[in-house]
Design a protein around this ligand. Structure first.
Ligand code: M6R
Length: 617
C-alpha cells in the first residue's frame, strides 16, 4: 500500500507535499515522512503515526527546498516507526527514496550491499534502493552528463529489483530534478503551471495539476522545474499526450456526524436513489449493453467487502437472469485460474480500483482471453467508485458506482452501490434472457421503494444499534448467520465488526452451524441471525433456535412478525421480497459494528493495520 507524492517547481515544496499526502492518507497511516532538496542541503523529516504528527514536527522545524518527495506508510517490512518510515536514505544522506510496493529480493540485495560495506538503518525492503542508486552514481563514468546521472543511476538500480513498486528519488548532487519509476504499482505525473508532480493517485494531484500523464510499467520520468521527460524501460525518450485531470470532489466533510463511517452509512439512501434510477432504466450505461450481449457465464473477481458484493451479484445473476456465475478471491484466481470457457464475462469489483490482487487477476484473465479469442476484444467489466483509477485504465468497460468519496476505511456505501450495480446488471440480463419474469417484476417494484425505506430505516435503526452496542463491552466472539442471498451479508457483518472493533467474528451459512461452529456457542457468544421470509425462512429460524438452546444471545435481523419473536432482540427491516432484502439487512450490520467500535473508543475511520486501498500483493 502506501502513498507517494513528489513535486518540483519554484514554490516551497513541503506544504504541497503535505497537502498531497493528506489526500493519500487512505492508503496507509502508520507513519509518514518527506525529504526536500536544495543546493547544498537535503532535509528529511519523518514521524510515527498519522500525518498530523509529521505536520507538527515540520511546524517546529520547517524544511527548505522547491523539490521534494513524500510518503504515507502502511508497513510491510519493519515496524511502523519513524526509523522505518520513508524516505529512506543512503549512508551518506545524499539520495532519498520513497517507495510504494514490495521489493521481493531485498534480502539478497541487502546481504550483497552489506558484504561490500554498506550499513543499513531500517528494517525496510526499500532501503536497498538508495544504497543501489548511490553505488550506481559513484560508478558512473564521467562521460554521463550531470542531467542524466540520476536517471541513469536509478535505471541501473531498478534493473536489480524484483517485485512491484512505484518510487521517487531525489539527490543532493542534482537538486533541481527528481526521478520516478513505475513497475506494477500505480504512479501518475501531474502537470501544473511551471510545477510538476507525481503521486500514487489522482486526489493528490487535484488543485495543483491541470492534466496528467500515466506511466506504464517499466517507464521512468525525470521532472525538473522546466518540464517532464518520459523514458521507456530501455532508456529511450518517449512522448505521451497528457489527459485533462477530471475534476472530482476529493474533499471530505463529516457534516454533523462523529465519524466518516457513520456519515457514509447514512448517505446510503442517496446512493440508492441514484442507482434505482439506473437499475430501472434500460440500457443501464452506454457501451455496457454490448459487453453483456451473448454472455453465457460470468466470473467475478474481488477481495474483501467487494467480494461479498460479488457473492450477492452471483446469486442475482443465477436466480434472476439464469446466468451461471462464479465468484473468486482475486488473490487465489491469479495463481489458479479456472479453465477457460467461451462467452464468459469477467467482472472485477473494487471500490478503489487499485487493489493489486484484483488488478493482477484481471490482467491475467485479459491475457488468457486474448490468446483464446485473438479476434474479439476480451469481455471485461469493472465495477468501481473510482473510474479514474488503474482499473479504469485496464478494462474496456466501467460501471461507476457514483457513491461519492468514501473516507472511512470500512466500506459501507460503496458496498451498497456495488450490490445495486449487480441488481442493474442482473435485471438487464434477465430482460435479455427473458427469465424469471415474476421475480423480475417483484424485484423492480421493491427497488423503487428502496431509497425511501432506507432513509426511514437509517433514522430508526441508529439508536437501536447504539443501545445494543453497550452489551458488547466484554464480547470476544460473535457469530453471524445468513442463508441464500443473505449469507454474504452475514460475512459482511462479521467483516465490518472485525475491522473496526477488533472483536473476533465469523459469518456462516446458517445451515452449516450444526456441522461444527455450534461448538463455539455459549452465553458469552452472541449470534446475529438474518431471518427474512423466503423458501428457507423456517430453516433459518430453526438454526437460530439451535443457537438459543446453547444459551447464545440471539439478535435477529428481519421483518417484525410472529416468527421473529424467538429473538432476544430484533433489528427490524421492512418486509420486502427476499431477493431485495440484502440492501436492507446490511444496514443494521453496519450500524451495529460502528456503534460497538465507537462505544469502545476506537479509531473507527482509520482502524489499526488497515488501509483503504491494498496496493500490495
Ligand atoms: O478497493 P477494494 O474494493 O478492491 O478493496 C477490497 C478490500 O480490501 C476491502 O473491501 C476491505 O475488505 C475493506 N476494508 C472492507 O471494509
Amino acid at each position: 500500500m502506501c502513498g507517494i507524492v513528489a513535486a518540483i517547481g519554484s514554490r516551497k515544496v513541503a506544504p504541497l507535499l503535505l497537502q498531497g499526502l493528506q489526500r493519500l492518507e487512505y492508503r496507509g497511516y502508520d507513519s509518514a515522512g518527506l525529504a526536500t532538496v536544495a543546493p547544498g542541503q537535503l532535509h528529511c523529516c519523518k514521524a510515527e503515526g498519522k500525518l498530523v504528527n509529521l505536520r507538527e514536527k515540520l511546524e517546529k522545524t520547517p524544511v527548505a527546498g522547491c523539490c521534494g518527495i513524500g510518503h504515507t506508510r502502511w508497513a510491510t517490512h519493519g515496524k511502523p516507526d519513524a526509523r522505518n518510515a520513508h524516505p529512506q536514505l543512503d549512508e551518506a544522506g545524499q539520495v532519498a527514496v520513497v517507495q510504494n510496493g514490495i521489493i521481493e529480493n531485498h534480502r539478497p540485495l541487502r546481504q550483497h550491499l552489506e558484504q561490500r560495506g554498506s550499513r543499513f538503518n531500517s528494517d525496510t525492503d526499500t532501503e536497498v534502493i538508495p544504497h543501489l542508486v548511490a553505488q550506481a552514481l559513484a560508478n558512473l563514468p564521467d562521460t554521463v552528463p550531470p542531467t542524466d546521472r540520476l536517471r541513469v543511476a536509478v535505471a541501473q538500480a531498478v534493473q536489480q529489483l524484483e517485485g512491484a513498486y512505484a518510487l521517487a528519488v531525489i539527490w543532493l548532487g542534482q537538486p533541481e530534478e527528481l526521478v520516478v519509476v513505475r513497475y506494477h504499482a500505480p504512479l501518475l505525473i501531474g502537470l501544473g503551471e511551471g510545477e510538476f508532480f507525481c503521486a500514487s493517485d489522482t486526489p493528490a494531484l487535484a488543485d495543483v495539476a491541470s492534466s496528467i500523464v500515466s506511466l506504464e510499467d517499466g517507464e521512468m520520468a525525470r521532472l525538473t522545474p522546466l518540464g517532464v521527460e518520459l523514458f521507456d524501460g530501455s532508456g529511450q525518450r518517449i512522448q505521451r499526450t497528457p489527459q485533462p485531470l477530471r475534476g472530482g470532489n476529493y474533499t471530505a466533510d463529516k457534516r454533523q456526524f462523529r465519524h466518516f463511517m457513520l456519515k457514509e452509512i447514512h448517505e446510503q439512501a442517496d446512493v440508492a436513489a441514484g442507482w434505482v434510477e439506473r437499475c430501472l432504466a434500460a440500457p443501464i450505461d452506454e457501451g455496457l449493453t454490448t459487453a453483456l450481449q451473448n454472455v453465457q457465464r460470468v466470473q467475478l473477481l474481488a477481495c474483501g467487502t467487494s467480494r461479498h458484493a460479488a457473492l450477492v451479484g452471483a446469486h442475482l445473476l443465477e436466480q434472476l437472469a439464469g446466468v451461471p456465475s462464479s465468484v473468486h478471491y482475486a488473490s487465489e484466481f491469479r495463481y489458479a485460474p479456472p479453465p477457460l470457457l467461451p462467452q464468459t464475462l469477467t467482472i472485477g469489483v473494487t471500490q478503489s480500483g487499485e487493489t493489486a490482487d484484483t488488478l493482477a487477476a484481471l490482467t491475467i484473465e485479459m491475457e488468457r482471453r486474448r490468446a483464446l479469442e485473438p479476434n474479439s476484444p476480451p469481455r471485461l467489466l469493472g465495477i468501481t467508485n473510482r473510474p479514474d483509477s488503474s482499473l479504469g485504465r485496464l478494462v474496456p468497460h466501467i460501471l461507476d458506482l457514483k457513491a461519492g468519496v468514501e473516507t472511512g476505511v470500512a466500506a459501507t456505501k460503496t458496498f451498497l452501490g456495488q450490490m445495486l450495480a449487480f441488481y442493474a446488471i442482473a435485471l438487464h440480463m434477465a430482460s435479455q434472457h427473458q427469465s424469471a419474469s415474476a421475480q423480475v417484476t417483484a424485484c423492480r417494484q421493491a427497488l423503487a421503494q428502496l431509497p425511501e425505506q432506507l432513509s426511514r430505516m437509517l433514522h430508526a435503526m441508529d439508536q437501536c444499534c447504539a443501545d445494543l452496542a453497550h452489551g458488547f463491552a466484554e464480547t470476544k466472539d460473535v457469530i453471524y448467520l445468513g442463508r441464500g442471498i443473505n449469507y454474504p451479508i452475514a460475512l459482511e457483518g462479521a467483516l465490518k465488526l472485525k475491522e473496526i472493533s477488533y472483536i473476533h467474528a465469523e459469518g456462516y451459512p446458517a445451515g452449516e452451524m450444526k456441522h461444527g461452529p455450534i461448538a463455539l456457542l455459549d452465553q458469552h457468544v452472541p449470534v446475529v441471525s438474518i431471518a427474512t421470509p423466503g423458501p428457507v425462512f423456517e430453516k433459518v429460524l430453526s438454526n437460530a433456535q439451535e443457537a438459543k438452546a446453547r444459551d447464545a444471545r440471539l439478535i435477529g435481523i428481519g421483518p417484525v412478525c410472529a416468527d421473529t419473536e424467538i429473538f432476544d432482540v430484533l433489528l427490524p427491516i421492512p418486509s420486502v421480497p427476499e431477493l431485495v432484502s440484502p440492501l436492507l439487512t446490511v444496514v443494521p450490520m453496519q450500524l451495529l459494528a460502528y456503534h460497538v467500535a465507537a462505544h469502545r473508543g476506537l479509531d473507527v475511520d482509520q482502524p489499526r493495520n488497515l488501509a483503504k486501498s491494498v496496493t500490495v500483493e
